[in-house]
Design a protein around this ligand. Sequence first.
Ligand code: PLP
Length: 399
Amino acid sequence: MPKLAQRVGRAKPSAIMVIAEKAKQLKAAGRDIISFSIGVPNFLPGEHVYAAARESLLHDSGQYGSNRGADALLDAFLKHIEALGFSGYTRMNLSIGIGAKQVLYNLAEALLDEGEEICFAAPYWTTYQDIADIVGARAKVMHCGPEQNYKLTPSQLDAALASKPKVFLFNNPSNPTGMVYTGEEIAALAEVLVRYPDTWIITDDIYNSMVFGGIGYHNFVFARPELRERLIFVDSLSKTYGMPGWRVGLIAGPESIAKALTTLNSNHITSLPEVITAAAVAAFGGPQDVPQAKCAEFAGKRDIVVAALSAIPGVVCPRPQGAFYAFPDISVAFGKSHHGVSINNDVEFCAALLEATGVACVPGSAFGEPRAMRISYTCPTAQLAPGLARITEFFNELT
Ligand SMILES: Cc1ncc(COP(=O)(O)O)c(C=O)c1O
């Protein structure tokens, strides 16, 4: 029997999907399940997006499209990023992918040779570690615990960059913590970045339109424009517009990087379908009332989640300011038991919680922080309070 490539042996199924699968099985067996496990936005895009897709089908050419992305999409994305604060970019700075995940994978292929180093902060989105493993890069993780609100400090970054990693990968707002960096915090990190010219910077900022309470979205290039020549901004339709299944991701970065991704595209995905492109143009260019309303709704849900979790003795929940995640430190439960089931770590905690109460959360170790668990609060509002009440009761029953 011939062997698989070694890189496939390094690929692991997503830890988030493992919990989601277990929750699905319990539901199929008739259990009353409340899922806080999956990071999908749980709303649909505005009607104008569907109208654009239907209209596109009437004129579909059925042909391959541009490897970089159709001009109409690139122009709509340019306007979108200008509104965020990026200036001076042209179509030549852009390229597309099948969602931000595939864009990030493409970037790893484009920037990292085997054995080279990529650094990122923990808690991190699980896929960062997985992509590094698959391409054979060494991951240097900067641990940012609840005591520092899960945020990277300039001195931590300085220490990590001293070994000149090839890539620094940054995520703001954060999945899994919901933390958002202020303009001052971004500027302080940018001051460190300018001193390390050999490191590429990727900012995976796909939750940039889901920021609560006036903090706003900030990027290193706003503070230090000279970083533009080695910074790649990653965006996606998935979360902002409620379109994860439409699979559209984009980058804005140096021309050399956009060209490299476009070349990779020409060797695998080729292009985005016309109908998807038309929907993406409508999402970026059309009314923004759905994303704005959803952002306000998530801010309200955040308040409910933080209030409930902070009321549990010993649980610490740094207050998220964006996205739709909370990441409480649950380590107060470790060493205790629930109706005879002992709980020694985050994985055992989430398994026992799911089994006993039907509430599915993701263990923090999936994100490099085993003291915590991730709550994704995109469920219907009616499920939020009962789900949180079950978590509270579970804690109360620990002995
Ligand atoms: C931080 C982060 N980056 C990228 C992605 C991938 O998004 P997409 O659906 O565009 O592939 C996700 C999805 O959960 C995410 O949370």
